[in-house]
Design a protein. Structure first.
Length: 852
RNA sequence: GCCCGAGUGGCGGAAUGGUAGACGCAGGGGAUUCAAAAUCCCCCGCUGGUAACAGCGUGUGGGUUCGAGUCCCACCUUGGGCACCA
């Protein structure tokens, strides 16, 4: 008897696949193609369980589709620009480029043993100059088509380090290194005109039928289409009127003040010649730029002294600067209706401004105190002196009536607005794709010539001081103006890493092309048939990619059909783990110190740094994240049990879309099962080939049931369900007494059905049983419908909705016959006690419910 | 604060509005063994009962339905996103 030794058979089969070239994607017009893609990783240097789960899911799909006869493209690359490389350079020295490429090597080395069906020949990293050079070409094309422009935008500014901070680098409103309170500052930056596509990106969501509904909903809300009224408040002092936008114009009677953003032109004007205002605005600009920071900050206001005239009543309303009004949305100015908006109400209570009820609930006319009355727009309410003469009406109706009235009387117009803002792509950082423009004293902002691309990042930079090293690079900045040839300065900002990940899927179709894409290849391989990644990318990455695909199509880099690049999307849950925070020590750079799970041990209910008495604070499970160090290394499992065990394990326990809390137990169970399957194969191999058996028919039926169930499981991403079926099928084979011939067929089918999940073991069983060629090349089995028909079905009998008995009836038995049988059943007779049933429900093949 | 999810045995989880707990883990019992490992077989939601069986049970409270883990309303807890983490 032989033994299952993963460490021997896995490399053997990986070599066999490589020699057969089975994973090399080849354009074959005679075959239907299938493009499966998992979101590519950031090269942190550590493969973690989340990666293994993600790639294994993609691999199951990929191998399944190969068996179904598709020409499959299944590539892998690295999202390799970004902050961690610069942070590492600052923390431990070295160069971002060296650090990144070393990490990529490490990760490839960790991924290869998993036996993924990847076409490694297509691999690239976004920090490869061949890639970002093409990205610069795309930028220039977008610029030419008017899809990129410059405007001012607000950034987090660290006043001590004199540098721009990412949101992640702001902790409690302070810079993570300096600890100084962060300020919001304006900077001129590059923007993609994604807002031109708001409506298009919104309506096209309807066509994405194979995307999760929740992702479409999140994108819909993010784009945020709203219809409202735009109108102006005349100023009593006769200056330029203040234009506001509101989605609740029906509550205009409840206006108690006009609010403007701290970044509104009027605010800036006041600030310029009034130091008091400047000081107040500086206070309001403290804290980070995130919507969360702004919305949860304490409400601050400043009465400008300006008065605005109510367009209907002529009443004079004060104009306040309020810190919760965003300049980016609407017109940067609002009218406040405190009675029906909690933020406005909080503000009015703080600054003692009037609160005017404009409508009440139909059954309750209590005036608003400290809780705003905000009913659903579809709910009918009772209006107080409504200017359009409404008495009882829904908010929806009232809004429409008000807009019509305003348009008729000429004081306002109905306007559709979107929440979606243009995408700022400038980053004041080194490790990113340089923006290929030049600043010339006489010509202004000049795009670089395409023949000068790529604009390569200089290697000789240092990270010993904060800020962007490109800014202080002695020679890289200096260049000749592409237009007039005079000495000029290169743009030192680099691109947001979301740009890198917004078109890599297209580049995979022709990774060596001299242009961003090769149309013939893109025509064949696009779209991505199945995209798989984390739910955390539901909005930004996916929305940006959808925009990019449209922009690339306009510039002739993608075919028309590819403007929605991902036909189907699956969002896997995250692998989560507890976080271990050291409350006594900090990192050498003075930041919070987090420990890896393997550095931690649990003793008598507490958690310590392994081998010490240093106690740690445990924060409940959160997504595994490199900044929190709560990552589990899968390599250990692969080393001790083999890749198939790791693959089987990450697929088996949790539904793929759900988060999974990592626990070490369970991996052993997976290994045990694979051993059992291997032993089963071995046992069948040693059977007497001519021996007769019992129950061949039954086993055959089970074979086809397994084919049906596993196929369905794989196609519907029910990998855990498919695996449960495979457990059951294995048990069935193990217990059967069928002939060698029947058992051999069963184990061969089992190998095929397991092949997408545990490909090495499957090949070994296939070979062991004398299967022809590789199992990866064998066509996927088809369930024989005629063998799946059941003749009898068990139906439960409920009495008053509770199961009390069951009967077995032929599947095709008439409803009336079933009723008769049910009513004759002992339990039913007893329950009826001689009476007639109140109601009798019979759902053939499902259930019988007797109501007494 | 705003948007989107999730909550079922000791644990991971299964269940087109139709038998709640498939499958696996842990646990208990047994077989094999000199003994152990490995393997195999059986039991396993909670409470009461020797048992048959009865009652309870899918975060909490309501509702719709012959029937609700599943649909509706409110709440609690928890995860993700909030535009410079990727």
């Amino acid at each position: 008897m032989s033994r299952y030794t993963a460490s021997e058979l896995e490399p053997k089969w990986q070599k066999a696949w490589e020699e057969a070239g089975v994973f090399t994607a080849t354009r074959d017009d005679s075959k239907e193609k299938y493009y499966v893609l998992e979101m590519f990783p950031y090269p942190s240097g550590k493969l973690h369980m989340g990666h293994v789960r993600n790639y294994t899911m993609g691999d199951v799909i990929s191998r399944y589709k190969m068996s179904c006869g598709f020409s499959v493209l299944h590539p892998m690359g690295f999202d390799a620009f970004g902050m961690p490389a610069e942070n590492a350079a600052m923390a431990i020295g070295g160069h971002p480029k060296t650090w990144t490429y070393e990490n990529i090597d490490t990760m490839v080395e960790q991924m290869k043993p998993l036996g993924l069906s990847l076409d490694w020949s297509r691999m690239f990293a976004t920090c490869d100059v061949e890639y970002y050079g093409q990205q610069q070409a795309l930028f220039l094309d977008f610029l030419e088509k008017g899809l990129v422009y410059r405007k001012n935008a607000i950034v987090n500014w660290d006043p001590v380090d004199m540098t721009v901070l990412a949101n992640e680098q702001v902790e409690n409103g302070c810079g993570w290194r300096s600890g100084a309170p962060v300020e919001r500052r304006e900077l001129t930056q590059w923007f993609f005109k994604i807002s031109d596509y708001s409506d298009e990106l919104l309506t096209a969501l309807d066509g994405l039928e194979n995307w999760p509904a929740k992702v479409r909903l999140m994108q819909e809300n993010w784009i945020g289409k709203s219809r409202g009224l735009q109108f102006s408040f005349e100023r009593v002092d006769g200056e330029e009127p203040i234009t506001v936008y509101t989605t609740r114009p029906d509550t205009l009677n409840g206006a108690s003040f006009v609010g403007i953003s701290p970044d509104h032109p009027i605010s800036k004007e006041l600030e310029a010649d009034n130091p008091e205002v400047a000081a107040i605005l500086a206070e309001m600009r403290k804290g980070g730029t995130t919507e969360e920071a702004i919305e949860t900050a304490e409400k601050l206001g400043y009465d400008t002294g300006i008065k605005a005239k109510h367009p209907l009543t002529g009443a004079e309303l004060p104009v306040w600067i309020a810190n919760f009004i965003l300049m980016d949305y609407g017109t940067g100015a609002i009218f406040a209706c405190p009675a029906h908006d909690q933020r406005d109400l909080d503000f009015c209570r703080k600054y003692d401004l009037p609160v005017i009820d404009t409508f009440f609930a139909l059954d309750n006319e209590t005036p608003v105190e400290n809780e705003a009355f905000v009913p659903m727009k579809s709910e009918k309410v009772k209006w107080v002196n409504h200017f359009a003469g409404l008495d009882e009406a829904t908010g929806e109706d009232a809004i429409n009536v008000t807009i019509d009235l305003a348009e008729k009387d000429g004081w306002g117009e109905g306007v559709t607005k979107f929440r979606l803002r243009d995408w700022g792509l400038s980053r004041q950082r080194y490790w990113g794709c340089p923006i290929p423009v030049v600043h010339c004293d006489s010509c202004g902002v000049v795009p670089e010539k395409k023949e000068n691309l790529p604009i390569e990042l200089p290697f000789d930079v240092s990270f010993d001081q904060p800020g962007n090293p490109l800014d202080r690079h002695p020679t890289w900045r200096d260049c000749a103006c592409p237009s007039c040839g005079a000495p000029a300065k290169r743009e030192t900002d680099t691109m947001d890493t979301f740009v890198d990940s917004s078109w890599y899927f297209a580049r995979f179709t022709a990774p060596d092309a001299e242009t961003p894409t090769d149309m013939a290849e893109a025509e064949y391989w696009m779209n991505v048939d199945q995209y798989i990644g984390g739910i955390e990318h539901a909005i930004l990455h996916l929305l940006y990619s959808r925009f990019f695909a449209r922009a690339m199509q306009i510039c002739g880099h993608l075919p028309d059909k590819a403007i929605e690049p991902f036909d189907a999307l699956f969002t896997q849950g995250m692998v989560t783990h507890e976080i271990y925070e050291n409350t006594t020590r900090k990192t050498p750079e003075g930041r919070t110190l987090y420990h890896y799970p393997e550095e931690v041990e649990k003793r008598d209910g507490n958690t310590y740094v392994k081998g010490t008495d240093e106690q740690l604070k445990v924060t409940p499970s959160a997504k595994m994240s490199k900044s929190k160090n709560n990552v589990v290394d899968p390599i250990e499992i692969i080393n001790s049990y083999g890749a198939d065990t790791a693959r089987w394990f990450v697929l088996s326990d949790s539904p793929p879309e759900r988060d999974v809390e990592w626990t070490a137990s369970g991996a052993e169970a997976a290994a045990k099962h694979l051993n059992r399957v291997w032993n089963l194969c071995d046992r069948i191999g040693e059977m007497d080939k001519d021996a007769a058996g019992q129950g061949d028919e039954d086993l055959l039926r089970e074979v086809h049931k397994a084919i049906r169930d596993v196929t369905l499981g794989v196609e519907s991403f029910g990998f855990n369900a498919a695996i449960a079926k495979l457990y059951g099928f294995t048990n069935t084979i193990q217990k059967c007494k069928a002939s060698y011939k029947a058992q051999r067929e069963a184990i061969m089918t089992l190998a095929q059905l397991m092949a997408p999940m545990t490909p090495h073991l499957a090949e070994d069983i296939w070979a062991h049983q004398g299967g022809e060629g590789l199992v990866i090349n064998a066509p996927w089995p088809k369930a024989d419908e005629s063998l799946l028909v059941e003749s009898a079905v068990t139906m439960p009998i409920q009495i008053n909705g509770k199961r009390r008995a069951e009967i077995s009836v032929p599947v095709d038995m008439a409803k009336e016959e079933i009723e008769k049988l049910a009513l004759a059943h002992d339990a039913v007779v007893k329950a009826l006690d001689g009476g007639a049933p109140k109601k009798l429900i019979v759902v053939p093949g499902r259930i019988i419910n007797v109501v007494v």
